[in-house]
Design a protein around this ligand. Sequence first.
Ligand code: EPZ
Length: 423
Amino acid sequence: MDQIIVHGNGPLKGEIPIAGAKNACLTLMPATLLTDQPLTLTNAPRLSDIRTMTELLQSLGAEATSLQDGQVLAMSSHDLTSQRADYDIVRKMRASILVLGPLLARHGQAEVSLPGGCAIGARPVDLHLKALEAMGAELDLRDGYVHARAPLGGLTGAVVEFPIVSVGATENALMAATLARGTTVLKNAAREPEIVDLAQCLRRMGARIEGEGTGTITIEGVDALHGATHPVVTDRIELGTYMLAPAMCGGEVECLGGRIDLLAAFCDKLDQAGLSVEETPRGLKVARSNGRVRAVDVTTEPYPGFPTDLQAQFMALMCMAEGTSVLEETIFENRFMHAPELARMGAQIEVHGGHATVTGVQQLRGAPVMATDLRASVSLILAGMAAEGQTTVSRVYHLDRGYEHVVRKLRGVGAHIERVREE
Ligand code: EPZ
């Protein structure tokens, strides 16, 4: 397994291109199952999760080809040969559950392995299943799979009220509803930019959708969808991650393609911490002059609140802030696994249930640390860039799921970072 070796850095300077959003692409790709015509995605990120979703679509008989060094995904599900998403693929990536709604809506049946939990939590899919049942799906949970069947006449529109906000359940229901007979109303729907991006792509394919980005999405089912070409929205989590690099090391970095509307709550916290965030014609510029950032409290919430996917990275910043900050994680039950690793670098963090209290220190010290999940892995790299001495991050395969070319991008702004094969 590879390791990443980071040496403490001085101020950073330069620009980082931000890729298309992993979490948008992972729901846009299954949308190809809703039509027999070609769906092409541009600005696609080059990530292992995208390759896994490509493998899954191909296992169903869909054509899925990545072109232009992975930035374009050309897909077509004209002739599906299977409606079964096998455990050996689903266990690698939970987002595989997002083929369930489209398969049911267009093909009337699906067998999808239940995704297991993951490091950050149990991650159940009960809300996905309840929404599809409300549209008439008959579901049978057996031998670790969801065996799903739509009525002969297909799915029917329904009013679905989500008890809690769920990004994936909203996406599955939204895709299924585009081909259901009649009207579907999704209440307490997720409002993430990735949902808005999916709705815009589905509309390009002929779907009739209103209200995406609000808590209520209304879909009028149509008989069929046609092909389209759609650009994947900028990855707001990669954006926020790289905005923290100059926040931690000092200097100034321009994140190309960054948009402040994607991360308003996060940028607000950077501002409170004393960082300057400036919109430029090419993206967002973040600068930190000398002196330490200020400690600020954060509570993770569904969009437009502070994103849970930036909690680990922001904690790394708070480890060096002046004062004490409390980070409250309300979305997942076990998303502080980066805390003990940061503590190995001298951070002072106390975790009690869903709260982590961070007392900032003047200087972190490099140490060997271990990545436990995707976002934790990059928070350790950020901490290593700001620490004194060398930090070695192991199990960096987590990183490859969500960050393309992370070493190249950080080296581009002056970081002392390299990737080596573990001896
Ligand atoms: C998506 O996961 C993202 N993944 C996650 O990003 C992100 O952290 C999460 O949304 C929240 O923003 C993708 O888009 C591929 P949820 P998802 O359904 O859809 C509970 C990353 O780092 N829940 O909004 O799985 C669930 O356990 C990843 O890129 C149910 O109880 O998240 C959680 O506590 C990590 N039943 C909460 O809801 C369900 O049926 C929010 O989960 C579904 C979810």
